[in-house]
Design a protein. Structure first.
Ligand code: TYD
Length: 433
C-alpha cells in the first residue's frame, strides 16, 4: 500500500473522469442482440453506466443468470476491442488532474470495471501520468468499498471519493472517507444526496473550485494551422477540434487576420477588394498590428487559463504571403513582426501541404475571391516557396501533412501528431513543477 502524508482524491472513471456513454451504449446494444433480448432505448441505456454488469443485465434487461453471463461475455468482447475508446474526457478534467498533481495530492482511480480496460483508457487519453494508482474490480473484489480501500494510500491527512453514482458514495462512506457527488455524470442529485454525498458539484469547474480553490491553472498551449488558400484548413480545424475535445483539451478558436475586435476591423481593411492601392509594406504592417493586439488580448491570456488556443493562420502567413508572395523578403517580414509576436510562437504549427496548382483548382470552386485570393498563380508559387523555407528553418515546430489525402485520413494523422505534441508538453510542464 502506498504512503501519502497529504490529501488523497480518488475518482470513479465512467461518468466522473470520462463520458463513456457512446461505447457503453454500443456494447449494451450489441449484448442485447447477441442474446436475442430487446435493445433498450437511450433513456434505459443510461442505467447501465456505473453499476456492475451482472446486476444491470439481470435488473434492467430481466435476464436469467445463464443469459446474463452470455450477455456480459458479448459486452466485454466488443468493449475491449473498440468500446473503451468510444469515450470522451470531460472538459476540465485534464486541467483538474494536472492541478492536483502540481499541488502534490495523491490521485487514485477506483472503478467497478474488470481487467485492464481502465489502464488502457487512461493511457490512451494520456491521463496516466497524473494518476498515482488505479484499482479495478476482480472476481474476488467487486464491492466498491473494497476497491476504494485497495487504492487508498496509508496515513493520508484527508481523503475524498469523487463519483457520479450511489455506489461511489456508499463505497466511500463505508471506507471511512468523505464523498463528492458529481452531478454532471450519470446519476441524479437526488440519488447522490440520498446515498449520503458530503458535497455535490454540478460541473467539473465546480469540482475544481472545491478541490483547488485559488490554485493557478496549468499552462495551456498555442497551436496554429497554415496552408495556401484552398488547402482545406476549415475542414481540418473542425476535425482537430473534435479530437481535442474527446481528449479533454479545452479549445478556443481564433484566426488571423482577426481574433479581436480591433483585429476584425483591420481584417476588413486588409481584405477588402476596394483597397487596390494598398502597398505591400502597408499590408505587412497592418497584419502585424492586428497580431500585436491578438497576442496580448487573446492568445496569451487563453494559454495562461489552461486552454488550447487553435489559430487559423499566424505569423508564418505573413512571412509566406508578404515575404514571399509580395516579395518583401522573409527576413524583413520577420523583423516587422518581432515586436508584435514578442516571443509568442506556437507549440506546433500544422502545415497542409498542397502545391499551388492544386490549391488553385480547389479555389476556383469558391465564389468571390478577396483581395489576396485574387492574386496571380506566380504569387501563390512564391507563397508556397516561402512556406517551404520556413519549414526548413524550423522543422521541430511544423507538422507537415500531405493535403492531397482524403480529409478524414488527413484528420486522423493531424489529430494523432498534434495530441502527441500536447501530451509531451504537459509531461514536460509537470516534471518542471
Ligand atoms: P481568409 O479568408 O481567412 O483565408 P483562409 O481561409 O485561406 O485563411 O483570409 C486570409 C487571407 O489573408 C489569406 O489569403 C492569407 C492572407 N494572409 C496574409 O497575407 N498574411 C497574413 O499575415 C495572414 C494572417 C493572412
Amino acid at each position: 500500500m502506498a504512503l501519502c502524508s497529504g490529501r488523497a482524491v480518488i475518482f470513479d472513471l465512467d461518468g466522473t473522469l470520462t463520458q463513456s456513454e457512446e461505447g457503453i451504449f454500443n456494447c449494451v446494444r450489441h449484448a442485447a442482440r447477441a442474446v436475442g433480448a430487446p435493445v433498450p432505448d437511450d433513456t434505459a441505456l443510461r442505467e447501465y453506466i456505473g453499476p456492475p454488469l451482472a446486476y444491470s443485465f439481470r435488473a434492467f434487461m430481466g435476464l436469467d443468470d445463464e443469459t446474463a453471463e452470455r450477455a456480459i461475455a458479448a459486452f466485454r468482447e466488443r468493449y475491449h476491442r473498440v468500446g473503451l475508446f468510444e469515450n470522451r474526457v470531460y472538459p476540465g478534467i485534464r486541467r483538474l488532474l494536472r492541478t492536483l498533481k502540481a499541488r502534490g495530492d495523491y490521485v487514485g482511480v477506483a472503478t467497478g470495471k474488470h481487467g485492464d480496460a481502465t489502464r488502457r483508457i487512461l493511457d490512451h487519453f494520456g491521463l496516466s501520468p497524473f494518476i498515482d494508482s488505479v484499482c479495478c474490480a476482480t472476481d474476488a473484489r467487486s464491492e466498491k468499498v473494497d476497491i476504494i480501500r485497495a487504492v487508498l494510500p496509508e496515513n493520508c491527512r484527508e481523503a475524498w471519493m469523487v463519483g457520479d453514482r450511489r455506489f461511489d458514495m456508499e463505497g466511500g462512506k463505508a471506507a471511512g472517507i468523505r464523498t463528492i457527488g458529481a452531478v454532471y455524470g450519470y446519476g441524479t442529485l437526488e440519488e447522490l444526496q440520498k446515498a449520503g454525498a458530503d458535497v455535490c458539484v454540478e460541473s467539473v469547474q465546480a469540482l475544481i473550485d472545491f478541490l483547488c480553490p485559488g490554485e493557478e491553472p496549468p499552462r495551456g498551449a498555442f497551436l496554429s494551422i497554415e496552408g495556401l488558400d484552398g488547402s482545406g484548413k476549415s475542414t481540418q480545424i473542425a476535425l482537430l477540434t473534435d479530437a481535442l475535445d474527446r481528449w479533454g483539451f479545452e479549445v478556443t478558436h481564433s484566426r488571423e487576420p482577426g481574433g479581436t475586435r480591433i483585429g476584425e476591423m483591420l481584417r476588413e481593411i486588409i481584405l477588402s477588394p476596394e483597397n487596390p492601392e494598398m502597398t505591400a509594406e502597408t499590408e505587412a504592417l497592418l497584419y502585424a498590428a492586428g497580431r500585436a493586439q491578438h497576442v496580448r488580448e487573446l492568445i496569451r491570456p487563453t494559454v495562461a487559463s489552461g486552454r488550447v488556443l487553435l489559430c487559423d493562420r499566424y505569423v508564418d502567413s505573413s512571412v509566406a504571403y508578404q515575404g514571399g508572395g509580395r516579395q518583401l523578403g522573409v527576413q524583413r517580414v520577420l523583423d516587422i513582426n518581432a515586436m508584435a509576436v514578442d516571443g509568442t510562437l506556437p507549440l506546433a504549427t500544422v502545415y497542409l501541404d498542397i502545391n499551388h496548382e492544386a490549391a488553385l483548382k480547389r479555389r476556383h470552386a469558391a465564389t468571390s475571391p478577396d483581395r489576396i485570393e485574387a492574386e496571380s498563380d506566380a504569387f501563390f508559387a512564391r507563397v508556397e516557396q516561402a512556406y517551404r523555407e520556413l519549414i526548413w528553418r524550423d522543422p521541430e515546430r511544423f507538422i507537415v501533412v500531405d493535403a492531397s489525402q482524403p480529409p478524414e485520413v488527413m484528420g486522423e494523422e493531424i489529430a494523432q501528431r498534434v495530441i502527441q505534441r500536447l501530451v509531451e508538453d504537459e509531461l514536460h510542464a509537470s516534471s518542471a513543477c
